[in-house]
Design a protein around this ligand. Structure first.
Ligand SMILES: [Zn+2]
Length: 271
């Protein structure tokens, strides 16, 4: 082997190592997706965060050099349509369409100007005593900070419903919950609904298939891990943020996502 060939081979090997390292690091980027629900300034409960606590958490995120990115940017990255994201990315979501999102979360989101995705189920909107109205959702949408996505028709517990129905009826039920709700939201809001949050975080392989069939491109659970390219698209995890969470644990969730976590390709998800 000539000196030149040897040099060339070394160069090739070296660049391959560098290149594959770069890809490796990028491919394993972990994204903590936070899942909020309800806000209450006086009576905090498991799903009721005080607005002050939410603001403290958001301030911590921003003060510690993290970027709150829109969920859609995270989805593009997870689907391989986007090459990179800020290394310290965090996503904020809130489920169900509670009135308190409009009353308490909205002013804080406006103040810090960060993007949020709301997962809503149409049956409660303008109907439920503590739910937002379509008008309020439109207002949030028009700020450009709120993206609205799907959370089924009426938030069923799929695990229990499956036990009560014949396979044929269950299939019809699932289609209605996933596909019909998507159409209603698209008609009411005038935007494409492509993302889904599983009610109660319940999903299985069958539901994942039905969600893809209904036209969702990604679906989210509350499996308390950072999202990563290695999870199945209809089983991307989020962290549920409850009032009992200390700031230390909260910081641990966000900081922990920076380090590479062991990747699990096929997780046990048969609920
Ligand atoms: Zn929910």
């Amino acid at each position: 082997m000539s000196l030149f060939t040897r040099f060339f081979c070394c160069l090739l090997l070296f660049s391959t190592v560098i290149f594959s390292r770069t890809i490796y690091a990028d491919d394993t980027l972990n994204i903590p997706i936070l899942c909020y629900h309800n806000f209450n300034p006086t009576v905090p409960g498991s799903m009721n965060l005080t607005p002050a606590k939410f603001e403290t958490q958001l301030k911590w995120i921003l003060d510690n050099g993290y970027t709150v990115i829109p969920l859609k940017e995270a989805v593009d990255y997870l689907q391989g349509k986007r090459a990179s994201l800020p290394a310290k990315s965090v996503v904020i979501t809130a489920d169900d369409g509670w009135q308190s999102v409009y009353t308490y979360m909205y002013p804080i989101i406006k103040k810090y100007h960060v993007p949020v995705t709301l997962f809503i189920y149409p049956q409660t909107i303008s109907e439920g005593k503590h739910a937002m109205t379509w008008q309020e959702l439109k207002e949030l949408q028009q700020t450009g900070l709120f993206d609205l996505q799907g959370h089924t028709e009426w938030h069923p517990n799929f695990k229990q419903e499956r036990k009560k129905m014949s396979p044929a009826n269950y299939e019809k039920f699932v289609t209605m919950q996933l596909a019909h709700s998507k159409t209603v939201l698209e008609d009411k809001l005038g935007t494409k609904i492509t993302l889904l949050a599983w009610p109660f975080g319940i999903y299985d392989k069958y539901l994942e298939q039905q969600a893809a069939k209904a036209g969702y491109t990604m679906a989210f659970s509350i499996d308390a891990r950072p999202a990563n390219k290695n999870y199945r698209p209809m089983a991307q995890p989020r962290f549920m943020i409850i009032d009992a969470l200390s700031m230390k644990t909260f910081a641990g969730i966000i900081n922990g996502a920076k380090t590479k976590s062991p990747i699990v390709n096929e997780k046990a998800s048969q609920n």
